[in-house]
Each structure stands twice: as structure tokens, then as C-alpha cells.
Ligand binder design. Structure first.
Ligand code: R2B
Ligand code: URA
Length: 314
């Protein structure tokens, strides 16, 4: 049933007041929390002062992409001053890089589930220690498309695993733990609305398959190992298409599961670099791939600008 305006307002207010919560009672009892992979610690850094105003966190694979995103966003939001640059707040480690402009944090996460999971544990604790509220997290990344023109942007409706299930499975103390990967439906609608306003490149809402590997895990024929035929690969990708999957990447499952468990509003917006029904190799020229990679940034910058504009009016 569609929610009423009052129900929606209640939800929005709840989100605004909502402090970041952890699903771990131990952290509150710690005297100091060292976020080792960020090279930040509650003992040496004032988290509320450094990060207390954060309302949006954008995460993506590489440090350079996340730094250019923050530069672009500063321009878009009109808060860039001549000569400004954006220092890496994780100086002293090259595991991850972090940049900030106004209420927006931009953080790199590397490739794959283990890498983004470690980053997210520390990021969510950082937001908790900083006493942030009403935070929205968005992964802006790259992916392989299924049945889409390369350069299309996919807003993820549901993150699913390689068996097409919306579940993230992890072994904890040797036991199987399964977490749900549902994403915020309202946020998907808001991003889809922004895509209509931009209408600069194809944008679709669809399911995203998250795999543990780029080659065999995504049904490629060009890895060092391959135990299936071209026909079997095509059948698998066609089946994925039939169940609504429009792209494949390597982080959305744990991103969705962890944000959901900690009550954070989250979305995944990825550009497709190729159509996997037509091939495996990413062979477009660098300039083309670079322009593609800016597309999720453009959509998300538009969204953030719109949110901040309406927050200033309210
Ligand atoms: C997309 O691109 C990377 C693999 O090339 C991986 O991090 C992902 O999800
Ligand atoms: N990233 C992926 O994980 N797969 C692709 O095919 C392209 C980018």
C-alpha cells in the first residue's frame, strides 16, 4: 500500500534525527578506538569536530576517482575556493583514501567484498564516534552490464549473489551467518527522479549481481582458469537478465547488508563499462572509460545538491 504524506514525513524526520548505530555492544566500552586502516583514532583525533556534520558518504573503488569526485562536487555545490585542494584525511596509510567537502565524505574502498567490508566497519564506527545523524551512503562504481548499452548507469534495486539471492553470507566464529541485502526503496525512487531531471545518458533501475571474482565468478571466458563453455556462459547471463539483473560488480552485497544492519540509508549507482552479452574484455579507449566513470558521480552530485538545497529551504 502506498504510504501517506504524513507517514512519509514521519519517516523522513526519523531519518534526519537518526544517529548512526552500531550492532556491537563492545565498542561503547572501549576507551580508545583505533581505526587502523584509516590511520585515525579517537585517542588522537576529534571525530565530532572533524566529521560531525557529515550527511552523505560516497564510496568507490579508487583513491583518484574519489578525490576527483570531491573536487567536482565542491564546484557543483559552489563551495570551492580558488586554490583549494582536498587533502587525504587518511594520510599515513595507503589502504584507503578519504576526502571531505562540506557535509560530504568521499572514501575509496578497493576491490571486492573483503576490502569494502573492512573499510565499512571503520567508516560506520567513525560516523558513530562523530555522533553523525541522518547519514546517506552511496556506492558509486563501475560494473559489467547485461543487455545494456555500455555507459549506462544502473541504480540498484536489489543486490543479489551469484545464485541471484538477495543475501550476504559470512562465516562468523566458523558458523554461517546470512544477512539481508535490501536497499532503501525511497532512495532508489529519489535517484531515479534525478535521472529524469539529468537525462544526459541512459539510466535504469535494476538488480545488481555481486560476485567474489571478476573472471570465473562473473562467467568470463578470458581468465587464467575457465571450466565452462561459451554456451553455458550465455545461458547463465540470460538467466540473470530474466530475473532482472542488469549489472555485475563486486561490492554491493556486503555494502547493502552492513548499511541495512546499522540503519543507514544506502544506494548503489554503477556505470556499465561493457555489455557482457557481447564480450568479456574491457577494451574501450581510456577517455571513453573515464567519461563513463564520471556518470555515477554526475547523478549523485545532482542528488546531493538537490537534497542540500531543500534542506537549506526547510
Ligand atoms: C567493479 O570494478 C572492479 C573490478 O574491475 C570491482 O571493484 C567492481 O565492483
Ligand atoms: N567491474 C566488474 O566487476 N565487472 C565488470 O565487468 C566491469 C567492471
Amino acid at each position: 500500500m502506498a504510504s501517506t504524506v504524513t507517514e512519509r514525513e514521519d519517516l523522513e524526520n526519523h531519518h534526519k534525527d537518526c544517529l548512526v548505530r552500531l550492532c556491537n555492544p563492545h565498542v561503547a566500552t572501549m576507551k580508545e578506538d583505533v581505526l587502523y586502516h584509516f590511520n585515525l583514532s579517537t585517542g588522537t583525533h576529534n571525530f565530532p569536530e572533524m566529521f560531525g556534520d557529515v550527511k552523505f558518504v560516497c564510496v568507490g573503488g579508487t583513491p583518484s576517482r574519489m578525490q576527483s569526485f570531491i573536487r567536482y562536487l565542491a564546484l557543483e555545490l559552489g563551495i570551492q575556493h580558488p586554490g583549494d585542494d582536498y587533502p587525504n584525511l587518511c594520510e599515513g596509510t595507503d589502504r584507503y583514501a578519504m576526502f571531505k567537502v562540506g557535509p560530504v565524505l568521499s572514501v575509496s574502498h578497493g576491490m571486492g567484498i573483503p576490502s569494502i567490508a573492512i573499510m565499512l566497519h571503520e567508516l560506520i564506527k567513525l560516523l558513530y564516534h562523530a555522533r553523525c545523524s541522518g547519514v546517506t551512503l552511496i556506492r558509486i562504481g563501475t560494473s559489467g552490464g547485461i543487455g545494456l548499452e555500455p555507459g549506462s548507469v544502473v541504480i540498484t534495486q536489489q543486490a543479489v549473489d551469484a545464485c541471484f539471492k538477495p543475501e550476504f553470507e559470512l562465516k562468523v566464529l566458523g558458523k554461517r551467518v546470512v544477512r539481508s541485502t535490501g536497499l532503501d526503496e525511497q532512495l532508489v525512487r529519489e535517484l531515479a527522479q534525478c535521472s529524469l531531471e539529468l537525462s544526459e545518458f541512459p539510466i535504469v533501475v535494476g538488480n545488481t549481481m555481486c560476485t567474489l571474482d571478476f573472471y570465473e565468478g562473473q562467467g568470463r571466458l578470458d581468465g587464467a582458469l575457465c571450466s565452462y563453455t561459451e554456451k553455458e556462459k550465455q545461458e547463465y547471463l540470460q538467466e540473470a537478465y530474466q530475473v532482472g539483473i542488469r549489472n555485475i560488480e563486486m561490492e554491493s552485497l556486503v555494502f547493502a547488508a552492513m548499511c541495512r544492519a546499522c540503519g543507514l540509508r544506502a544506494a548503489v549507482v554503477c556505470v556499465t563499462l561493457l555489455d557482457r552479452l557481447k564480450g568479456d574484455q574491457i577494451s574501450s579507449p581510456h577517455e571513453v572509460l573515464n567519461e563513463y566513470q564520471q556518470r555515477p558521480q554526475r547523478l549523485v552530485a545532482h542528488f546531493i545538491k538537490k537534497c542540500l538545497g531543500s534542506a537549506a529551504l526547510s
